[in-house]
Design a binder for this molecule. Structure first.
Ligand code: AMP
Ligand code: MG
Length: 415
């Protein structure tokens, strides 16, 4: 099913090669559902949406002022029109405008058929029902024409767009109250390891708190995903196997952390050899070298490293693009920018590194980045302080202060 290279012939797999292989092995989830517009934020459209109406629906005023016909304009000298009524937003003037007449009008109020122009209230002199317009009053100003924003039948949002807040406003302006979107990707995740302790329990010697599950639940917070937190599974073959088989039955994806390297108690590989088609890669990135990917039945499996920083990096650069593909959302490369590094960075050639950094911008708009501190794959504190990755290519042998580097923002971190 999946074309994996053997670890022996190619001990380190480049991240691009890993991404290509994953991309070739997965397909967007089939199946759509109808949702109310108010529940559609972050969902992926499975049908394009066209406007059933013109917007604006009626010609209306863009300013508070006076509406009149441009035929009444006197270009040589100030002129007077008689005030015959008012058009309010939502409550239009109902009469017919005769030559020589104008009405008071407010922003968003319908202009009478005969009135193609609006003058701002500050530019006229009102004296009872007599309104004095200046000589050079322009015609057809401050009027919003029918369909000038959207014409009936125009494409509003093309599938498979992932809907944002602005899209919701656009769709609402056209009166759309229900949409057909891709069903959510069902994702189960759990942590593995005998050393893991649940929050709220005291730490016995040699134990640590399970932080990865909290990171993952935050990273998976997306309207396109429906997540199941399966907790901590101990390093016990039977328990692990049962968990994989149960999760694979009702999910599209399983993500685990820990146990992906081939240590003494790392049973994941052995179990997956029995119940799935999963390969274990050593990817040429740091942190995050060991990674398992494959299928258990029709369910995709990602086995991430145990070290917390490696989990975050492998999620952002490997798992997140795959989940996006599964959700049906369009592929998009995250933006990278160039910054001047203000600290020296150690780096051995061989693997692409994602060092954690703090990105700032000076008053000229120039970007600067500094290391956020210790760079071990277990060091969550410098990861939490960081707002970006400093992406150092495999061949890089280190960075001097003042060198230009590539930077990418951290998913889920504040900038
Ligand atoms: P492993 O991949 O299981 O060998 O784990 C590598 C390192 O990550 C070890 O120091 C583990 O204790 C640590 N680790 C594994 N899982 C978690 C977790 N859920 N939360 C925090 N640290 C973990
Ligand atoms: Mg372990």
């Amino acid at each position: 099913m999946i074309d994996f290279c053997s670890q022996e012939s190619n001990p380190l797999l480049s991240i691009d090669a890993a991404l290509e292989r994953i991309k070739a092995a997965i397909h967007p989830v089939a199946g759509s559902e109808k949702v109310a517009l108010k529940n559609a934020l972050g969902r992926v459209l499975s049908e394009s949406v066209y406007s059933p109406i013109n917007s604006p629906h009626d010609r209306n005023a863009a300013m508070d002022g006076y509406a009149f016909s441009s035929r009444d304009i006197n270009h040589e000298q100030p002129f007077t029109l008689s005030l015959v009524g008012t058009s309010w937003a939502g409550n239009p003037f109902k009469g017919q405008l005769q030559p020589g007449q104008c009405i008071r009008i407010f922003t968003g109020a319908v202009t009478p058929m005969q009135a193609d122009s609006v003058v701002m209230q500050e530019q006229v002199q009102a004296n009872g029902h007599s309104i004095l317009f200046p000589a050079n009053t322009p015609s057809r100003q401050h009027v919003r024409e029918v369909g000038e924003d959207i014409k009936q039948g125009d494409l509003l949002c093309a599938h498979p767009k992932k809907l944002n807040a602005i899209d919701l406003g656009l769709l609402a302006s056209a009166g759309i109250d229900e949409l057909t979107v891709k069903r959510p990707v069902k994702i189960a995740f759990f942590s593995t390891g005998d050393e893991l302790t649940a929050l709220g329990q005291p730490l016995a010697p040699g134990k640590i708190y399970d932080s990865n599950r909290y990171t993952l639940s935050g990273l998976l917070d997306d309207a396109c995903y429906s997540i199941t937190d399966m907790g901590v599974i101990a390093d016990n073959k039977q328990l692990l196997e049962d968990s994989f088989i149960t999760a694979a039955k009702n999910h599209d994806v399983i993500i685990t952390t820990g146990g992906a390297s081939v240590g003494e108690a790392d049973y994941v590989k052995e179990i997956l050899d029995r119940c799935g088609e999963v390969n274990f890669w050593k990817i040429a990135i740091k942190p995050g070298k060991p990674l398992a990917f494959g299928k258990i039945g029709s369910c995709c499996f990602f086995g991430l490293p145990g070290n917390p920083v490696a989990v975050i990096v492998t999620f952002q650069f490997i798992v997140a693009p795959a989940l996006k593909q599964l959700s049906g959302a369009p592929d998009s490369k995250p933006l990278q920018l160039t910054a001047t590094c203000t600290t020296a960075l150690k780096k051995a050639p061989g693997r692409q590194e994602y060092q954690r950094g703090i990105l700032t911008q000076d008053h000229n708009g120039e970007f600067f980045v500094a290391s956020s501190g210790k760079q071990g794959s277990n060091i969550l504190s410098s990861m939490s302080r960081a707002n970006c990755y400093i992406v150092l290519p495999a061949e890089c042998k280190g960075v001097q202060a003042g060198d230009k580097v590539r930077v990418e923002l951290i998913m889920g971190a504040k900038t």
